[in-house]
Design a protein around this ligand. Structure first.
Ligand SMILES: [Mg+2]
Length: 270
C-alpha cells in the first residue's frame, strides 16, 4: 500500500447506500461526493438490481458538477446494462450475456415476459397485489408479503428452470443465468471498456444482499475486498469486513485514504 494508490469502489444501492424505499442520508451523500472527488479514488460504480435508467436519474441528483463524471460507472438490473458517466442518452452503454442491441435484449426477455403474464393472472385470481419494476432484463415483482414473494419464487422455479432468483426484503429478482454483478465486474476489468487504470486488486465492493455475493466473491478472487453493510448473515459470512451502517464504512474509507493508507487499513481480521 502506498499513498499513490487509487481504489475502485463498487456499491450496491438499495439497502447499502440508501435504506429500502428511502433517500440516502445527508451524511452519506456528502461522503459519497467526497469519495468520488478524492484523488485516491479511481472509480465509483453503483451496481444495482434496479433498472439503469433509475440509477442514472439518482446520480444526476447527486452531482452538482460533472467534474468527476469520468470516474462513475452505473449499472442496472444486476449488471445487465451498464454505462460510464451520467449522460442521458449514454455516451457508452453495454449489455452482458452477449446482447449487442435492443433486439437481442428482446429475445432474451421473451420467456420472462411470459412468466410475468402468468404471475399477473395468478395474482389477479388470488386477489394479491404485486408490482413489477420496469426491467431491462428479467422481471422483478414486488410484494410486501413474504409468503407471496416465496410463492412467486416457487412459480418462477417451476416455469424457468435455468433462471437465477434472488430474494429481497421487498422483491424477487428473476434473471437469466450468468447475469449478476460478479459477471459485470469481470467485464469491467476485461480491458474492453477503456478503463485501463482499473486495478482489480485495489477494488472494494460494498453490499447488503444475496445478489451482491457474486461481486463480493469476484473482488476477493482478484485480491480485492468485500464489505458487508447491515445484518444479512449470509452476506456477512462472505465479506471480509462488516459495518452496520454505510456512514461508518464511508467514514473509514475516507479517513484512511486521506492519510495515504488502504481504505480498510487495520480492519481485516484473518
Ligand atoms: Mg441491496
Amino acid at each position: 500500500m502506498n499513498n499513490q494508490a487509487q481504489y475502485n469502489y463498487d456499491f450496491d444501492y438499495d439497502g447499502s447506500v440508501a435504506p429500502f424505499n428511502l433517500c440516502p442520508s445527508v451524511p452519506t451523500l456528502q461522503m459519497m461526493k467526497q469519495l468520488i472527488a478524492s484523488p485516491h479514488t479511481n472509480s465509483v460504480g453503483i451496481l444495482t438490481g434496479k433498472p439503469l435508467d433509475y440509477i442514472v436519474g439518482v446520480f444526476r441528483g447527486y452531482l452538482e458538477a460533472c467534474e468527476y463524471e469520468h470516474k462513475i460507472i452505473l449499472s442496472g438490473n444486476n449488471g445487465f446494462k451498464t454505462q460510464t458517466g451520467i449522460a442521458w442518452p449514454p455516451a457508452h452503454e453495454h449489455f452482458l450475456c452477449g446482447a449487442k442491441d435492443e433486439l437481442d435484449v428482446e429475445r432474451l426477455q421473451a420467456p420472462f415476459l411470459a412468466l410475468k403474464r402468468k404471475l399477473l393472472v395468478w395474482a389477479k385470481e388470488n386477489g394479491h397485489h404485486i408490482w413489477f419494476q420496469s426491467n431491462n432484463i428479467g422481471i422483478t415483482p414486488f410484494s410486501e408479503d413474504e409468503t407471496i414473494r416465496l410463492k412467486i419464487k416457487e412459480i418462477a422455479e417451476k416455469e424457468l428452470s435455468d433462471a437465477d432468483i434472488f430474494l429481497h426484503p421487498d422483491a424477487v429478482d428473476i434473471l437469466p443465468k450468468d447475469i449478476n454483478k460478479g459477471a459485470l465486474l469481470d467485464d469491467l476489468f476485461s480491458g474492453k471498456w477503456g478503463l485501463e487504470k482499473l486495478a482489480p486488486e485495489n477494488t472494494l465492493v460494498i453490499g447488503d444482499g444475496s445478489n451482491d455475493i457474486p461481486m463480493m466473491k469476484k473482488a476477493q478472487e482478484w485480491g480485492g475486498y468485500a464489505v458487508a453493510i447491515g445484518r444479512n448473515e449470509q452476506v456477512i459470512e462472505v465479506a471480509d469486513v462488516h459495518f452496520l451502517t454505510i456512514e461508518s464504512a464511508l467514514a473509514t474509507f475516507l479517513a484512511f485514504t486521506d492519510v495515504g493508507l488502504h481504505p480498510l487499513h487495520g480492519q481485516i481480521q484473518n
